[in-house]
Write a protein that binds this ligand. Structure first.
Ligand code: FRU
Length: 496
């Protein structure tokens, strides 16, 4: 049975979404069918396709009562919209269907586990209505999902001592080789410090608390959101998005992202951290979610936006929010590496190569332009100490441009979109301390109409950013203070 709330959302997105032309969207990044998108949800393989759901409010380009939008893809590049999958339409989720994930059941059905938000009828000290959060299930066939009559399957009584009783969300579920079900969910202590709780189940419906897998000792923000945990390259990796982080050399302040690499103590079920790092040092990144592909790849999606820095993309576009180009993850020497999914190679057209170009003044290169373009660039000082600063300008036209600035002496890479035409004074500049060889810098820059993702030194670091510059701004230029030598490969990216 499809509720009236869901039916209304489906009818709305069908009419309004269809008015958006292909050119008004990114070419290969997922954007909402219409209206607002935040976190990726239910990122999974099901019946031979990638399914990607997302936090969704179709009726406005702002966050509202959360639905789940839905899209499928064969290659993680070309997405086909399916009707919205969930709407806030039952007593267990009347205020919203928050983030969650998906797995396949033994009988072939697709199980979604998500957070149901309910109003408590109780107000806090400031007179604000309190909401509390529970974990719910919906089961379906890849298009239509029915909410489980036993919802919620986990509520605040299922959290361990010390929980504040309100924050309890974002279940990430996975299955083991023997068919067992596992999930991690975040909650908060009374002081509002995040914890990652671990539960198991035999059937996906009845869950049992096992342990507190990890908790915030106070040094990693306050509450945590969107947990994920997996084994890779002999290590256990936890990804989570902390809120209210205080900035350090490694971590961005505000809504940040955190990767912890370590091992799980089999006796206590606790995670022992060996190293920590930020997942992405760009401006627009939050709320990661991964899946394990049949070919063994661990693939990560994330929201290519951040609560603290939303630029809003103007009146012409009827959607707001994008998902990153999915990334293949690996761990080497205690560090997380991220590479653009290899499927991107299928879009590469028109290879142009320039070798040993001397850059000492502003210059352009024949054929190097475009907004659906990949640039693979290696930059080195011409002689030791000869380079003070190297700049690549992208999405350039007249006074409009976005810069990437490399300063070898500081070992920093700066992204600056203050001249990109943005009309809101949020953060537009972000600097990343390069953690890699000092003699040269390698960048893989991926432009897709409304974004710029920069993979530094073979994925050792990444900066993700949105840019909403007019699409006619296709110029790319290079500049140096001092003397640099550059190798460059440029591909046009096109689905044809
Ligand atoms: C993260 C988040 C989640 C929550 C969802 C609500 O961006 O705040 O914790 O489930 O967004 O839309």
């Amino acid at each position: 049975m499809i509720s009236q709330t869901l039916e209304m959302a489906r009818a709305y997105e069908e009419t309004e979404g269809n008015k958006i032309t292909e050119e008004q969207r990114p070419l290969f990044h997922l954007s909402p069918r219409v209206g607002w998108m935040n976190d990726p949800n239910g990122f999974s393989r099901y019946q031979g396709l990638y399914h990607l759901f997302y936090q969704y409010y179709p009726y406005n380009k702002k966050w509202g009562p959360m639905h789940w939008g839905h899209a499928v893809s064969k290659d993680l590049l070309q997405w086909e919209y399916l009707p919205a999958a969930l709407a806030p339409d039952t007593p267990a989720d009347s205020e919203g269907c928050f983030s969650g994930s998906a797995v396949e059941l033994d009988d072939g059905r697709h199980l979604l586990m998500y957070t149901g938000v309910v109003a408590d009828g109780v107000c806090d000290e400031d007179g604000m209505l309190q909401y509390y959060q529970t974990q719910c299930i919906a089961v379906g066939d890849g298009i239509n999902y029915e909410k489980y009559e036993g919802n919620p399957v986990l509520n605040r009584n299922d959290t361990p001592d010390g929980s504040n009783g309100f924050d309890f969300r974002d279940p990430k579920v996975w299955r083991d080789q023997n068919g067992g079900f596992h999930c991690v969910v975040v909650d908060c202590t009374a002081d509002k410090y995040g914890r990652i709780l671990y539960y198991t189940s035999n059937n996906g419906f009845e869950w049992k608390f096992v342990s507190i897998l990890a908790e915030n000792d106070g040094s990693l923000g306050r509450a945590w959101e969107c947990p994920d945990v997996f084994e890779i390259d002999g290590k256990t990796v936890i990804l989570v998005s902390p809120m209210e982080m205080t900035g350090t050399d490694e971590f961005l302040c505000g809504n940040s992202t955190l990767c912890m690499i370590g091992t799980v103590d089999r006796e206590t079920g606790n995670f022992k951290v060996e190293s920590r790092q930020t997942i992405d040092c760009g401006i627009d990144f939050y709320a990661t979610q991964t899946l394990l592909n049949e070919d063994g790849r661990r693939i990560m999606a994330a929201w290519m936006q951040n609560w603290d820095t939303i630029v809003f993309n103007g009146e012409d576009l009827k959607w707001e929010g994008q998902i990153i180009l999915p990334r293949e993850l690996s761990v080497k020497d205690g560090r997380l590496y991220q590479k653009p999914i290899r499927e991107l190679e299928q879009l590469r057209k028109g290879r142009l190569e320039y070798k040993q170009i001397n850059v000492s003044d502003r210059m352009t290169l024949n054929g190097v332009r475009g907004r659906t373009t990949e640039l693979i660039v290696e930059i080195a000082p011409e002689t030791e100490d000869s380079l003070e600063m190297f700049e690549i300008r992208l999405a350039e036209k007249g006074e409009l441009y976005t810069s990437l600035i490399y300063r070898p002496h500081e070992q920093t890479l700066e992204f600056d979109r203050s001249h990109s035409g943005a009309r809101k004074n949020v953060t537009h500049v972000r600097k990343c301390r390069i953690d890699g060889p000092e003699e040269k810098l390698k960048l893989d820059i991926i432009l897709d109409r409304y974004s710029c993702e920069v993979f530094i030194n073979d994925g050792r670091q990444v900066m993700s950013n949105v840019i909403y510059t007019d699409q006619e701004a296709v110029g790319i230029s290079f500049n140096a203070r001092g003397y640099a030598v550059m190798d460059l490969v440029r591909y046009g990216l096109s689905a044809e």
